[in-house]
Design a protein around this ligand. Structure first.
Ligand code: AMP
Length: 143
């Protein structure tokens, strides 16, 4: 099973924001879309960074409410770890666990092609385990 399987089920829509947007705008976007991270895109939709709710919390704790007027680019993570649709789910889970982040943008042919969250990965893995368990039960019942 690969990232492509998850994308085929959840779709390829990615919430993006400009580097010059404020943290208040980013927080509103996260809240409206009920998501935990947005991809920061520059000219030509290239991935310039990623901003998660954790980055906003960190900025608020450091600077107080005034942080909401700061720009996304001053807080975002610029070195973004991405994956391709061909990456396997266990490999992606391993990289997310090792890197301690919960969101990975999918890039295909140099373009943003989706985003996978740890929630998507866990949901997929649970469904897979459920199918395996069901197949095993059926095998035992008919053996
Ligand atoms: P998260 O667990 O996704 O809320 O993010 C935790 C921290 O990792 C935040 O500082 C994010 O900016 C950063 N982060 C999230 N996703 C990635 C990623 N794919 N590559 C690099 N850093 C990331």
């Amino acid at each position: 099973m690969t990232v492509r399987t998850i994308l085929s089920l959840k779709g390829r829509e990615v919430a993006t924001i400009l580097p010059q947007a404020t943290l208040a705008e980013a927080a509103r976007l996260l809240s409206e879309k009920r998501i935990g991270a947005v991809v920061v895109t520059g000219a030509g939709q290239a991935v310039a960074g990623i901003l998660s709710e954790r980055d906003i919390v960190r900025a608020l704790s450091k600077h107080g409410a005034g942080a909401l007027a700061h720009t996304v680019e001053s807080v975002m993570t610029s070195e973004v770890v991405t994956c391709t649709p061909e990456e396997t789910i266990p490999s992606l889970m391993q990289r997310m666990t090792a890197g301690r982040f919960r969101h990975v943008p999918v890039v295909e042919h140099g373009r943003l092609a989706g985003i996978v969250s740890v929630g998507d990965v866990v949901k997929h893995r649970l469904e897979e385990m459920e199918r395996e368990s069901q197949a095993l039960k059926e095998y035992i019942a008919t053996a």
